[in-house]
Design a binder for this molecule. Structure first.
Ligand SMILES: [Zn+2]
Ligand SMILES: [Zn+2]
Length: 254
């Protein structure tokens, strides 16, 4: 069985029962649906509760939404971070590719949420794009107090090495199946099997052979196939390893 550690089920705009049925048919037995801000937090909380036992959730304000951060977001997160079905803080981080929010604002909101993760003893799901130096700097500030994963990893070998050195796992999305992703495939080969996760980031980034279509958790298997080949392990060994990794990182996952 597989675990999709980063997906956005509320963004699929499809009947959630048919999404779940297709996922389970493909062997994806657990999905973590990720919060991005005030607008989807109540939906994440509701889905994680309603779609038991398949779906868990995280709460966090995405760097794109950092400009809209208010104390109310923190109040809401504090109310729900102890819920049984809310397994982490995310997605949080820095995105200097789109820069929808000022960089200083992104850093402030990232730090606030890293502090929340430390306080609540929860792992984080970090989104980082074109912001490697600042991301590593902030990760270091919370060394030993926060663990987590770098989601939808597309960074450099340096970022992967820094993340691993500071206790972060690396999560691989469908990008690894893209024709132009040789650099990422080289990085994947270097990641220890006990530090790897798989995700879809659905509805974004559908893997080959579904590239260009709307992604969904069931498509995780195509990413798994490519990662198993890169790691020269059987598909069963990869399933077992990524499963154990997810359970080790997300204590509330069951
Ligand atoms: Zn992201
Ligand atoms: Zn995401």
């Amino acid at each position: 069985m597989w675990i999709d550690v980063h997906t956005h089920i509320n963004m699929l705009e499809r009947d959630e029962q048919s999404v779940l049925a297709a996922a389970r048919e493909a062997g994806i037995e657990r999905m973590i649906t990720i919060g991005t801000g005030r607008d989807d937090h109540p939906r994440v909380v509701d889905m994680a509760e309603r779609l038991k036992p398949w779906v868990f959730g995280t709460l966090g304000v995405h760097p794109h939404e950092a400009k809209d951060w208010t104390e109310q977001d923190e109040v809401y997160m504090r109310q729900h971070l102890r819920d049984d079905r809310i397994v982490g803080v995310g997605e949080i981080g820095l995105d200097y590719y789109y820069s929808h929010s000022e960089h200083d604002v992104q850093k402030t909101v990232f730090r606030k949420q890293m502090a929340l993760a430390a306080e609540f003893g929860l792992p984080v799901e970090i989104h980082t794009r074109d912001a490697e130096t600042d991301t590593v700097e902030i990760i270091k500030e919370f060394d030993g107090r926060v663990r987590g994963l770098l989601h939808c990893f597309t960074g450099s070998q340096w970022l992967a090495d820094q993340g691993l050195a500071h206790g972060y796992n690396i999560s691989i999305s469908g990008v690894v199946t893209f024709k132009n992703a040789d650099a990422l495939r080289t990085v994947v080969k270097s990641i220890p099997l006990d530090r790897l996760h798989l995700e879809t980031d659905a509805p974004f980034l559908a893997p080959v052979p579904h590239r260009g279509k709307k992604n969904e958790p069931a498509f995780l298997v195509h990413t798994a196939q490519v990662v198993a080949e890169l790691k020269t392990v059987t598909i069963d060994d990869l399933a077992r390893a990524t499963n154990e990794n997810a359970h080790r990182l997300f204590a509330k996952l069951n």
